[in-house]
Design a protein around this ligand. Structure first.
Ligand code: C2E
Ligand code: MG
Ligand code: MG
Length: 639
């Protein structure tokens, strides 16, 4: 329970107690006054009435000589007990003490006592005297009544009532003030909470929650709406290079520009993630696509003014709740606007060459997404299933010029019953995204181990298998995982080569070199795959220790026609050999390419010219023939 809530409870409780006390006080005063007034009024009235009735009965008795004394006696007795009760009972104590009533009633009671005998005997003379005496006392008794309602005490009572009323007004005013204070406090707190819940503290734009509320509201009212999500590519680098305060400034600048661009009431903008923003356009009459393109141009301009590196850019993903048709694009009606726009944004981000970088959520994307979801869930099951034959490994021979060993590259294959062969790079991508890439990597290693120990058992120590590593496999656990799979019985660690690409090593150079050092200690060799396609190939070569380097097939295909490619390969071969690194060329399809690469000093060759990737059984047959021939120039006869 937080402090402020506790405080709130205490105040409410105190207010409740205070209100109860006020009511209690009021009740007491009311009871006291009404009881007193009612009682005194009633008893004094009764006394006067009964005195008058006795007087009247005396008249009747005196005027009619034949009248019975009984009624008179009765009235006399009634009045007697009235006076007596008044003078002696506890209930009358309060009334007795007022307006000298005790003395007056004593006097009246004395008159009754004085003439009691005459009344009992019916003595008309005595009774006549009683009448005279009563005539004396009656005005005094009546006066008691009058002063009861108009006398000092009643004035005092009225004063008490007046005071109590003022007191209650004051109390009510106090309660009102406290309640008003609490209400204002509560309102402010709520407004603050709402602001915190719906506003983005850094940019002062609305936040993701607010956007979700809006989307929900417009969906409910079936208002046509288009959601544009965009984010800043390269923002992380900007943050890392120039620090977080600078990153914040970039975000604020973009937000401000966004706010200024979204001025019409049918446009809502929000910051929905670190560097991700949203514009929700509702009931839009004008051409939304043109409008989004305009937004892209304006926001990119703003981004360029603040980014000193000029390396950042914006990617846009758009989804619409209604069909948006034109000559080029069909945007399917989207049930889940945010997810769809996010999906479109992810696709835009994955296409760095797209310009302008805007992707509209479409039917094609939806089908693609569905397919991806299906493949992702099936992949996870296939890895666990030992009896499936959809997912398997192929092996493509790698011919070494001088070494007596035969190499091969393990390549993943998925022959899907509906979609046919799935691109292995796509399989790796979905495995990475679904978090099963590590399990898939272990499965691949197991398959290699099984092939080495079973189908290829007789050649196993003359075979060298290259295994491609996916991003999540390349971590500190890798040496241990490899030892467990390849060296739990006989040691096959020397029969494998790990292929990594430079995008994997680039991100964290220190970490990568530490992992590679550990692998070296286990005598595991590393190969740098797709060399020449990245930006910092030479940097990698200089800083990380590789046994082999694989020149990408894009350099091989034109090696005879483009002199540049030849120079490049030649330079790489020279440099690598000086560094003690062997060079492998992949993608060799023709003899002329092979000859040129041999001429340039490349050490190992891989490509369709020798063999396409083949199953482990076929590779076993390839081994038989290879170890028979054992000469590069004759190997092409094998296929
Ligand atoms: P990569 O590691 O560069 O593999 C070489 C690719 O070139 C293979 O494509 C191979 O079939 C293809 N190739 C070999 N020789 C020739 C040729 O003469 N001409 C042509 N046009 N292509 C040739 P594949 O099997 O489709 O694999 C594509 C990529 O998918 C691989 O590139 C690798 O990055 C990834 N991949 C494949 N299998 C695995 C795997 O088991 N694990 C991981 N992490 N990645 C894999
Ligand atoms: Mg490879
Ligand atoms: Mg490659």
């Amino acid at each position: 329970m937080n402090k402020s809530f506790l405080w709130y409870v205490v105040v409410i409780f105190a207010l409740f107690v205070f209100t109860m006390m006020t009511l209690f006080k009021f009740n007491n005063t009311y009871n006291m006054l009404t009881k007193n007034t009612q009682l005194s009024a009633w008893s004094l009235t009764q006394m006067e009435v009964e005195t008058i009735e006795l007087d009247h009965q005396i008249d009747v008795y005196l005027l009619d000589q034949t009248a019975s004394k009984k009624p008179l006696n009765l009235k006399f007795d009634v009045l007697w007990s009235r006076y007596k009760t008044f003078l002696t009972s506890d209930e009358m104590a309060a009334v007795r003490n007022q307006y000298d009533s005790n003395a007056t009633v004593h006097q009246a009671f004395a008159i009754l006592k004085k003439h009691e005998k005459a009344v009992v005997e019916g003595d008309r003379i005595g009774i006549g005297k009683l009448k005279n005496d009563l005539a004396q006392i009656l005005p005094k008794i009546r006066n008691l009544m009058i002063v009861n309602f108009t006398g000092q005490q009643s004035i005092e009572h009225r004063q008490i009532i007046q005071d109590t009323r003022i007191q209650i007004y004051c109390d009510m005013a106090f309660i009102f003030v406290v309640l008003t204070y609490l209400t204002i406090r509560h309102y402010k707190y709520n407004t603050y909470q709402q602001k915190m819940a719906w506003d983005d503290a850094l940019t002062e734009l609305k936040n993701r929650n607010y956007l979700f509320q809006l989307i929900k509201r417009f969906k409910k009212s079936q208002t046509p709406s288009t959601l544009v999500l965009f984010d800043i590519n390269g923002f992380k680098d900007l943050n890392d290079t120039f620090g977080y305060p600078f990153g914040d400034r970039v975000l604020r600048t973009v937000s401000q520009a966004l706010g200024e661009l979204c001025t019409t009431p049918n446009m809502y903008c929000a910051r929905v993630g670190g560097d991700e923003f949203a514009i929700l356009i509702v009931k839009n009459q004008v051409n939304t696509k043109a409008m989004i393109k305009e937004l892209e141009i304006e926001l990119t301009k703003v981004l360029m003014t603040i980014d000193p590196t000029k390396k950042t850019s914006l990617s846009f993903g758009v989804a619409s709740s209604h069909a948006m048709e034109d000559a080029y694009q069909y945007v399917k009606r989207s049930a889940n606007l945010f997810n769809n726009a996010d999906l479109a944004l992810n696709i835009a981000k994955r296409q760095p060459t797209l310009h302008p970088s805007i992707v509209f959520y479409s039917q094609r994307i939806e089908l693609e997404h569905r397919k991806k979801r299906q493949l992702t869930s099936e992949l996870a099951k296939l890895i666990e299933n030992k009896r499936q034959d959809e997912l398997y490994m192929c092996f493509q021979p790698i011919i070494a010029r001088h070494a007596p060993k035969l190499g091969c590259e393990a390549l993943l294959r998925w022959n899907h019953p509906t979609y046919g062969f799935i691109d292995p790079q796509y399989i790796i991508q979905i495995a990475e995204e679904a978090g099963v890439a590590k399990r898939l990597g272990h499965w691949i290693m197991q398959q290699v181990y099984l092939a080495l120990t079973q189908e290829w058992a007789e050649f196993s120590h003359r075979i060298e298998v290259s295994i491609n590593l996916s991003d999540s496999l390349f971590d500190e656990d890798l040496p241990q995982v490899l030892s467990k799979i390849f060296a739990s019985k006989d040691n096959y660690l020397e029969s494998i080569v790990l292929e990594i690409t430079e995008t994997m090593t680039l991100d964290e150079m220190e970490r990568s070199s530490a992992i590679i050092r550990k692998l070296e200690q286990l005598n595991i060799r590393m190969s740098l795959d797709d060399f020449g396609t990245g930006w910092s190939s030479l940097y990698n070569l200089n800083h990380l220790h590789f046994t082999k380097l694989k020149i990408d097939k894009s350099f091989v295909c034109d090696i005879n026609s483009k002199q540049n490619q030849e120079y490049f390969v030649s330079a790489i071969v020279t440099l690598s050999h000086q560094l003690g690194i062997k060079v492998v060329a992949e993608g060799i399809e023709q003899l002329s390419q092979l000859n040129k690469l041999m001429e340039l000093g490349v050490d190992e060759y891989q490509g369709y010219y020798f063999s396409k990737p083949i199953t482990k059984q076929k590779f076993a047959k390839f081994c038989v023939q290879y170890f028979d021939v054992n000469s590069v120039s004759e190997i092409h006869h094998l296929h």
